[in-house]
Design a protein around this ligand. Sequence first.
Ligand code: HEM
Length: 242
Amino acid sequence: MAQAGQEKDLLTKIGEVSVQVLGILSLLLVIVWSVHFRGGLAWSIENKGLIFNWHPILMVTAFVFLASEGVLAYRLFPGTHQLKKAIHLTVQLVALIIAAVGITAAFRFHNESKPPIDNLYSLHSWFGVTTYSLFALQWLGGCYTFWYPGAAPPTRSWFLPYHASLGIFIYILALTTASQGILEKLTFLQSGGAIGRRSTETILANCLGLVIFALGGVVLALAPRPKPRGPDPDLPEYRPLE
Ligand code: HEM
């Protein structure tokens, strides 16, 4: 019995370390792609491609790296339930702010190119707007219900499983959107002849997609599952299965 418990602890520890390793790896890969292979970053310059390069970096930072930390905040961070809740809320808010700048970079790239490029024509962009809107609504709903002003205890209990399931859905949507973006960018580059189908850049970007989904797999394996409990708002209802 004790051994089974130890194995479970070890597996959990490996999962938690993997989340950090895969998260940092996804950041490194997207930075190397944008900075080394795509020519670097700029916010105000004639070469609008350099403004666009912020988009993948900021979106992966927000909706892959930070969103993963946010989903697992109750498990990864030490402290009281209230503190973990504050971290959960803050990490997701920072993700929303960074993602807003990231999406602005993509719009600026389209609007300021000569001639301008149409906005919101691709499936990726539709998924992107949907992901962002749902992420923002989820944050507002969670903040209102569980933080300030805070709903009545029975309402919290009723809402918690929906908040958790919808959160997981939005997280998967974000990973899917990121991988669509990678595929779309690679397809543009390959069909325009800018890079080869088997180039180092293609391999790196494909690896980025794989790492993002590997991260997602581990996060979902560790993700908190809400257990229906009593109406006491201070009970740590939203916590991982141990
Ligand atoms: C979850 C993360 C992401 C979200 C929410 C997102 C969202 C968006 C949105 C809303 C647009 C439309 C901009 C416009 O129409 O002016 C866009 C454009 C674009 N994004 Fe992303 N993006 C994400 C990640 C990525 C990543 C990782 C890449 C990889 C390079 C990428 C590549 C592109 C490209 C190439 C465009 C321009 C073409 C198009 O409009 O589809 N995106 N993105």
